[in-house]
Design a protein around this ligand. Sequence first.
Ligand code: HEC
Length: 118
Amino acid sequence: MKGRLILLGLIALATGLYSQPTPVQPATVQGSVHSISLPNFNPEMPDAPNRDAFLNSCTVCHSARYVLMQFPLSRTVWTAEVKKMRKNYRCPVPDAQIEKLVDYLMVVRGAKSVSDVH
Ligand code: HEC
């Protein structure tokens, strides 16, 4: 008798656990639905060596635009910037790739003359 009760209990438990949840009815929308288009500037990054490395490492958290918005920077400053992204925000860049990323950054946003350096 006791065994039968335990068995019934187990069946009740199992059917309870595996029963399908009641499907949620989608909310009905009153009136018409309006939509707006926000401006979206997502620049195509210039083609140069290490572009893929840049896209893989530097657009995980923010857009490429964030990088293009910067003043042209010197190699030293870009190197510090990549290291900052790595140290402060855990950007996944192996040591061997820092130079390559900086090469690309110098092509797209490097200071061309001393007066460009910020
Ligand atoms: C793990 C997330 C993450 C990744 C990956 C990342 N960044 Fe950032 N980056 C940030 C955050 C967060 C900020 C904003 C910092 C602030 O507002 O102070 C930022 C800001 C910047 C800025 C603006 C200047 C500054 O220092 O705040 C530049 C330039 C930049 N990132 C370049 C890069 C480059 C180049 C890479 C690739 C090597 C990269 N980021 C990868 C998180 C990331």
